[in-house]
Write a protein that binds this ligand. Structure first.
Ligand SMILES: Cc1ncc(COP(=O)(O)O)c(C=O)c1O
Length: 447
């Protein structure tokens, strides 16, 4: 049995990757299926290198967190500064950096969202958003959207409507799902805009029929990312807001993947013409560090506090993470001002749309800013989902040095860091073109 004899925390060149993977196999729980064979050595900007020295263009931004690239100097400086101040403190103790981050965040949000709480992960942010809404309203039923993802902890998994919610036994009672606004494959077989957003009206009518009490909250992602890069059509969010207002439901927008400029605006809800009652931020806020935040209205803050709201974990109000957050907000403000994600997103999306014109396998290109999706189909006419094409072409691209993520079986999520250059976009598109050609060639040979 191989072993790592070097006990130093530094990595060593004298242990080969196969041995490391063998050790991983016997010492790590496979929490998300088999381990990927790529062992990360280092990362910088839009690049990741493996131990063999292969360089990959990371069009996944890690786990969607490397918003402004991997290892930005600004975050390095922030973390080093925290060692001169305080890395960690009790969650019950505040520091100047935490208070400044709260003020900066509130200043970027609409006036109605006036209070924030600092957390570490997106799952926690979902828990806090739901709990605050429940405690403020005194209600406990909730609504999620089919094909959405809000995290893996119990409350978050309860409003997540993807296969990964399975396995922990029954979910929470009083949680309802409304159909995903998936226009490319409308659950009602209708077409937008003639449908008049029927999926939403049908969904809310079903909830009205099912509920046994009152609904506290409805939670939604601006783009249903993990469920297949589904961007709700124009008018969807204002109509959802109307439905919520009619029923006294608090509307929670989960900006885990969309916040801090990824879609072009600082927050994706800004382009929907409505203001949520709760905004959850995570992934993109920490830039790779565990930082999350939830913003709520004054009313939710006051009423939930008055009703005894409590939430406490070990890493709330971390001074080090607050410095990270402040650095991330400065980067985000700069990039939103310069329109980086919108501009680079347009370059990438139009190149992908050109690929779609030439390939029957690309059924749809969608998304906003630098949160884009490609849906793979067997052909444009039948639009049958092609999971094999999605997976095989992704592996082909990876062999050529491009990382993309397959979500919902036949969809790619393409989300490079906002700092991605023209050259990196062009290289990625050329790799995708080659990957498509290779797969088409093999398919023709097979048939
Ligand atoms: C929209 C959304 N919400 C919540 C989460 C959960 O965040 P975390 O993995 O940090 O708990 C994710 C993670 O993918 C997400 O995409």
């Amino acid at each position: 049995m191989s072993d790592i004899t070097n006990t130093s925390p530094q990595t060593t060149a004298d242990i080969d990757s196969a041995t490391l993977l063998e050790i991983a196999d016997r010492s790590l729980l496979r929490h998300a299926g088999p381990f990927d064979g790529l062992l990360v050595e280092r990362a910088s900007g839009a690049d990741i290198w493996d131990r063999e020295g292969n360089r990959y263009l990371d069009f996944t931004s890690g786990q969607l967190c490397a918003t402004f690239g991997h290892n930005p100097t600004e975050l390095r400086d922030a973390i080093l500064t925290s060692f001169d101040r305080a890395v960690h403190s009790s969650s019950l103790l505040l520091s100047e950096e935490v208070i400044r981050l709260a003020e900066r965040l509130v200043g970027l949000l609409p006036a109605a969202l006036s209070k924030v709480v600092m957390l570490s992960t997106g799952s926690e942010a979902t828990e806090v958003g739901l709990k605050a809404a429940k405690m403020a309203t005194g209600r406990w039923e909730t609504i999620g959207v089919s094909r959405s993802y809000h995290g893996h902890t119990a409350g978050a998994a309860a409003v997540t409507f993807l296969p990964r919610r399975r396995g922990s036994g029954p979910g929470q009672p009083g949680v309802h799902a409304i159909p995903a606004p998936y226009c490319f494959r409308c659950p009602l077989g209708a077409t937008f805009p003639e449908c008049g957003l029927a999926c939403l009206d049908v969904g809310m009518a079903a909830v009205d029929a099912q509920r046994t009490g009152e609904i506290a909250a409805c939670i939604i992602e601006p783009i249903l990312s993990t469920g297949g890069m589904i961007e709700p059509p124009d008018g969807y969010f204002s109509h959802l807001r109307e439905h919520c207002d009619q029923r006294g439901i608090q509307l929670i927008v989960d900006e885990a993947q969309t916040g801090l400029g990824r879609t072009g605006d600082m927050f994706a809800f800004e382009s929907t013409g409505m203001t949520p009652d709760v905004v959850a931020l995570s992934k993109t806020l920490g830039g790779g560090f565990p930082l999350a935040a939830v913003a709520v209205t004054d009313t939710i803050a006051e009423q939930s506090e008055c009703n005894g709201f409590r939430f406490l974990t070990s890493h709330m109000n971390e001074p080090s993470m607050a410095l990270i957050g402040l650095a991330m907000l400065s980067l985000a403000e700069e990039h939103v001002r310069r329109g980086t994600a919108a501009k680079q997103g347009m370059r990438l999306k139009s190149a992908l749309a050109n690929l779609m014109e030439d390939s029957e396998m690309i059924g749809d290109v969608r998304g906003r800013g630098l949160l884009l999706g490609i849906e793979f189909v067997t052909d444009h006419t039948s639009r049958r989902p092609d999971t094999q094409a999605a997976a095989s072409i992704a592996s082909g691209c990876r062999r050529r040095g491009l990382l993309v993520q397959v979500v919902a079986g036949n969809v790619w999520r393409i989300a490079p860091p906002i700092t991605v250059t023209d050259d990196e976009i062009d290289r990625a598109v050329s790799i995708i073109r080659d990957g498509l050609a290779e797969y088409e060639h093999h398919r023709a040979v097979r048939s």
